[in-house]
Write a new protein. Structure first.
Length: 163
């Protein structure tokens, strides 16, 4: 089962060195075979955010579990994990994301666990949030409502008005 390592032995004869080399190869193979199993169990690295460039104009909804950085124009709803709206970007539609960082223009409702309006943000619409930060210089027209679960559809103001 276990064998003494021949690394620290005094200079072995040429025949002994050859046999030690042959003996060590089969032992190395099982160790290498187990490495891919370990790598498969390791967590995957988070992919970088998808960037929608400034020359891109999208009409339609976008839905992802990943991160999006918008630099262009979108006419439609967006659902993402992290949404970053660039300074030159315009979004006309509803935004639902865990984290929302707004540097550009939004026309529509924003729903997020963490919502941040930077000094260059321009938002026309309601913000439903768990936590919010609004920097000095941001432009905002609409209402702000805090909710423990702003991402759920059942907590929408329209649903409360109907019930």
């Amino acid at each position: 089962m276990f064998s003494k390592s021949k690394i620290n032995d005094p200079a072995p004869k040429a025949d002994a060195a050859k046999s030690a080399t042959r003996d060590s190869k089969p032992q190395a193979a099982p160790a290498e075979a187990s490495k891919p199993d370990f790598k498969a169990a390791a967590p995957k690295a988070k992919p970088p955010a998808s960037v929608l460039s400034s020359d891109l104009h999208i009409t339609g909804n976008i839905k992802t579990t990943g991160d999006i950085q918008v630099e262009g124009t979108i006419e439609g709803d967006i659902r993402a994990h992290l949404l970053t709206v660039g300074e030159g970007a315009t979004i006309k539609g509803e935004i639902i994301a865990d984290d929302v960082v707004i540097n550009g223009r939004i026309v529509g409702r924003v729903r997020g666990l963490k919502v941040r309006l930077t000094s260059t943000a321009r938002v026309e619409g309601d913000i439903i949030h768990k936590t919010i930060a609004i920097e000095s210089g941001a432009h905002f027209e609409g209402s702000v409502q805090r909710q423990d679960d702003p991402l759920s559809a059942k907590s929408a103001p329209a649903a409360k008005a109907e019930g």
